[in-house]
Design a protein around this ligand. Sequence first.
Ligand SMILES: Cc1cc2nc3c(=O)[nH]c(=O)nc-3n(C[C@H](O)[C@H](O)[C@H](O)COP(=O)(O)OP(=O)(O)OC[C@H]3O[C@@H](n4cnc5c(N)ncnc54)[C@H](O)[C@@H]3O)c2cc1C
Length: 411
Amino acid sequence: MTVQNADKADAVIIGAGVFGCAIAYYYTKNNPGKKVIVLERNEICHAATSRAAALVTRIRTKKYFIPLSLETYRAVAQMEKQLNESMDMKQVGVLHLAASESSVKELDALMEVAAEFDEPAVYLSQSTVHQKAPWINADNILKAGFMPLESYCDPYLLGTFFARCAKMQGAEIRQGVAVNEVLMEGDTAVGVTTSAGNIYANAVVIAAGAWSPIFAMQVGVGLPMAPVRSQYWITERNDLFPVNSPIVILPDVQAYARPEGGSLLFGIRESKSFTTSPFDIPADMSEFLFSPDKGVGDLSEVIDQLARFFPRVYDIGLKYYMAGFSGYTPDNNFSMGIVPGVNQLFAATGCVGAGISVAGGVGLAFAELIAGKPNPYDFSHFNISRFGKIDPFSKEWLDKCALARSLKRSG
Ligand SMILES: Cc1cc2nc3c(=O)[nH]c(=O)nc-3n(C[C@H](O)[C@H](O)[C@H](O)COP(=O)(O)OP(=O)(O)OC[C@H]3O[C@@H](n4cnc5c(N)ncnc54)[C@H](O)[C@@H]3O)c2cc1C
């Protein structure tokens, strides 16, 4: 077989969302001279990445997520220097508002995690909560915690910063190239077939977001994740939403919010989150009808609960609606690592709606793994085999993953 030089790489990555771009960034940074090709059938960050609310959460009760997020913050600082440009991260802090005994317990636990990681965190009074976030009715709040270092970002900028730095370091990012299949020789992945010919590589990474199970299935592996919709709304502008007011997490109504240039962006978890087979999501998502009524039916189910904290939700104008698919799993842990039973095939998948936050750590982990080095992080909770043999396209599986999102209470 004759292989043209241009079509051979040390590593090939399927998908240029934030994960694909971050992996290419760290791989080229840590392995000068090695060649990585990232293949994206649309434009980079076209799918989940550009749609994210983009809370870059540092502190979580799942402590093993924390080092991954902290690496995102480090990467942003480094890339800002490299590009001599600001990414304009909005460090507004986060307010966790607990209005039930169980939420108070969760908040206390979170504050302990913050202390363990040396992250600043303080309890605030009801009146301070209202001062910081004037749209909040604090009467029902039993306890409030504030973590000032938490931030949100422009997710498209984060993805493109990774991509631009990766390109400066030698990565090739090919847009408008669709991957069809993973090429195998025996039990080893040796490249991919694409709309623009075959590409051979020593390592293949599946970072295709919602569509990832399709590639794993080609090599006989049921990748444990399912596309589950997230949705949020952005209100009209109002003085109630100062641009620098904090992110707010309301676990008792499973909602979150953050300022968006004088408006409020807020999201909820529906009692039954929408899911669909990866095969049913078109390559170009711009035409996909996530919700014919722009989520109004789902919002009306929870609006009375939400109004306990956000009384103006009944009459404030909703200007924008956004929806997209993240890869969810039944235990809300990622599906990441080496694809079991296949040499040199890796999956950076099942982001459980946290991919913006953890992109730095995920990028570094896979860059090391595909270079044959040890993973610097604890990925034991993300093991792809942990659910046994599953059919990721069955209704039963899709529903299990959707339920995990429906039960989510954090940001
Ligand atoms: C509404 C919403 C709100 C969110 N809010 C947050 C948040 O606040 N904080 C947070 O951390 N995360 C959030 N997320 C999650 C976050 O957006 C994702 O975790 C992250 O973007 C996943 O990145 P990815 O690279 O895995 O996937 P994607 O960005 O979906 O990228 C996958 C890429 O693969 C490409 N691809 C697929 N198939 C092929 C093929 N055959 N050939 C070539 N290319 C292919 C796609 O075109 C796509 O560009 C949110 C998501 C949504 C939808």
